[in-house]
Design a protein around this ligand. Structure first.
Ligand code: GTP
Ligand code: SPV
Ligand code: MN
Length: 604
């Protein structure tokens, strides 16, 4: 870097940072390099530029002030797991659940594609902090990107701009993210992580988790590895606060796979009979957890905004989400109404005449194609959320009393159950399964093992990850209780047995009561499951048969479940902790024992 260009950069004196930006610019050859300061003036300038370039479409500012619609390339509407790599020195470090490539080979391959790739474009330097400013949890990242859409989303999703450079100071410890849109061709799309270098290179996609490098790439894949080496956890978890009518506060973290209800649970509106309960949101997608001075587990949300699933969001299902996307939000791949507003499947209103679909084409009522893409999203600052917790920005985080794991399961898994202890809780998380959703490209509705909802996001060997979870217990003297939930169990006609959404408050109350030793449950081999009478169902119209079925533990289903879990454990190889394989065997024995007990005397 020349004396001259250093003098021109008034934003930072950080030599390591300036040198790295120079290096990336020499490789990609942008026409200009702009350092983002995060100011409102900068946002306005970039927004205008994006509108002029057709990247953003202004919505009706009377109906939805400061809101914009972005349509991505139809080949680029979800994360692409098959094109996502963990590049560690050995394949073993990435483990059998990740795509792996040797770092040198991947750098070389990508360097060829990045050579001169930003010619005619602007490189934006986006400094950001993950976690509350000044928090011991927080980490700084820098994303270099040629996409204005990415910059504007990063501005909402993170604490972005000068504040990040101030927090970084002279330190060379920052995540180095390089993102180049190229020509949005799936053949030239790669999302690559180099944990040992704290580096992410992402090319060929402009969408969500592929391109907003702060999110899944840094805050989960790289951070999970940092957590492993530094003794903390980076998880695909929402964080919520619950306040009982008596003022008792409980904080809960919950891991569900993509598009399985984190955003909805994080900001749920309790049903009328629970109106004196308060639910507040700390985070809706990612939690960083560490052991506090009190020996408990404390969590922060590293993000500052929500990148939420639009379809299914309505005043009825998620009032707070509808309110928060009323202004200052970016919508991606939703449908456009003739009066310049947004629409998606599952909204409260019928689709109006003259609707334009997510691709920009006229959409006809009754069409078999969706008007909004199933993975269409809103980007909204967390400060828009009417239910935001006063603790959302707390540098110390919040103390977690319960951890919930959950998947999308039509069968087998009851509405809720509690683990017997930490190891069993880790086992519950590790054996979790879920049906795939539109959040990643590929088939939807296919059951797969998705341990801790981290299958696509763990930046190192999954067996080591399980080991890290088990080992964390040694440092936690006051461990949270661990639960498994399932909002998605269905009857034989394919209808959900449980109404979900706000009604999930009833399950949260049982969990809070269990944490405080106040609620009953039935011990079963798979966990402690409430009786229908143990869950507060006042004011809920639900058939007694439905509640019985949603809570049922079926022995043969669980045998099949454990067979599948054991098979999955078998694929992990020698890093698989023996305690968990042992838990699996013990559970099968217990199931056999329970079945023998249940058998009527006559058949014995
Ligand atoms: P990511 O942002 O991809 O990580 O997703 P998420 O886990 O935050 O999921 P989200 O809350 O956005 O919900 C995904 C989909 O599941 C939406 O279409 C919701 O309407 C639906 N959903 C959420 N909660 C429930 C529930 O309790 N029951 C049912 N049946 N559907 C739900
Ligand atoms: C997810 O898929 O879990 C998301 C959306 O939260 S994305 O940012 O695309 O990863
Ligand atoms: Mn997610």
């Amino acid at each position: 870097m020349t004396q001259d260009s250093r003098a021109k950069n008034s934003m930072t004196q950080n030599a390591a940072l300036v040198q790295w930006v120079e290096e990336c610019a020499r490789l990609t050859r942008p026409d200009q390099v702009i350092w983002c300061d995060g100011s409102a003036a900068e946002r306005d300038r970039l927004t205008k530029q994006a509108v002029d370039a057709g990247v953003l479409l202004p919505l009706n500012h009377n109906k939805r002030p400061n809101c914009y619609l972005h349509r991505s390339n139809p080949n680029d509407v979800a994360r692409t797991e098959q094109l996502t790599f963990i590049c560690t020195p050995t394949k073993e470090e990435a483990g059998p659940t990740n795509n792996w490539s040797a770092p040198d080979e991947m750098y070389a391959r990508m360097r060829t594609m990045l050579d001169g790739s930003m010619r005619g474009r602007t490189m934006h330097v986006v400094p950001y902090v993950m976690g509350p400013l000044g928090s011991p949890f927080s980490r700084v990242g820098i994303e270099l990107t040629d996409s204005i859409y990415v910059v504007l989303n990063m501005r909402i999703m993170t604490r972005m701009g000068k504040q990040a450079l101030d927090q970084l100071g002279d330190s060379g410890e920052f995540n180095k993210g390089l993102h180049c849109t190229l020509d949005v061709n799936p053949d030239r799309r790669l999302i690559c992580h180099f944990p040992q270098d704290n580096t992410i290179w992402s090319i060929g996609s402009g969408y969500g988790g592929n391109a907003l490098l702060s999110k899944k790439c840094f805050a989960l894949r790289i951070a999970s590895w940092l957590g492993k080496t530094q003794g903390w956890l980076a998880e695909h978890m929402l964080i919520l606060g619950l306040e009982s009518p008596r003022g008792e506060k409980t904080y809960i973290a919950a891991a569900f796979p993509s598009a399985c209800g984190k955003t909805n649970l994080a900001m749920l509106t309790p049903p009328p009979t629970f109106k004196d309960w308060k639910v507040t949101t700390i985070g809706d997608d990612i939690a960083w957890l560490r052991v506090g001075p009190d020996g408990g587990l404390w969590a922060v949300n590293p993000e500052a905004g929500y990148f939420g699933v639009a379809p299914g969001t309505s005043y009825k299902s998620n009032l707070n989400a509808m309110k928060m996307v009323g202004h200052d939000s970016i919508f991606t791949n939703v449908a456009l109404t003739p009066d310049g507003d947004v629409w998606w499947e599952g909204m409260d209103t019928e689709p109006p005449d003259g609707l334009i679909d997510w691709k920009g084409d006229a959409w006809k009522k009754g069409s078999k194609d969706k008007a909004a893409h199933p993975n269409s999203r809103f980007t909204t600052p967390m400060t828009n959320n009417p239910a935001i917790s006063p603790m959302a920005d707390n540098p110390q985080g919040v103390p977690i009393s319960a951890i919930i794991f959950g998947g999308r399961r039509a069968t087998t898994v009851p509405l809720v159950m509690e683990s017997h202890d930490w190891t069993h809780g880790v086992f519950m998380g590790a054996t979790m399964g879920s049906e795939t959703t539109a959040a990643a490209s590929g088939a939807v509705g296919v059951l797969r093992r998705d341990p801790m909802a981290m299958l696509p996001f763990c930046g190192y060997n999954m067996g080591e990850y399980f080991g890290h979870w088990l080992a964390m217990r040694r440092n936690i003297s006051r461990p949270p209780k661990i639960f498994l939930v399932n909002w998605f169990r269905k009857d034989s006609e394919g209808n959900f047995l449980w109404p979900g959404y706000g009604e999930n408050m009833r399950v949260l109350k049982w969990i809070v009561d269990r944490v405080n030793g106040r609620a009953q449950g039935v011990p079963t081999p798979v966990g402690v499951v409430p009786h229908a009478a143990d869950i507060d169902l006042t004011g809920l119209e639900i058939a007694p048969d439905s509640i019985r079925r949603v809570l049922a533990v079926n022995n043969s289903e669980w045998h099949a479940e454990m067979e599948s879990a054991a098979k999955f454990f078998g694929t992990i190889g020698k890093s698989m902790p023996s305690e968990l394989a042992e838990s699996c065997r013990k559970l099968v024995d217990d199931l056999d024992g329970a079945a023998a007990e249940e058998r009527p005397a006559a058949s014995r």
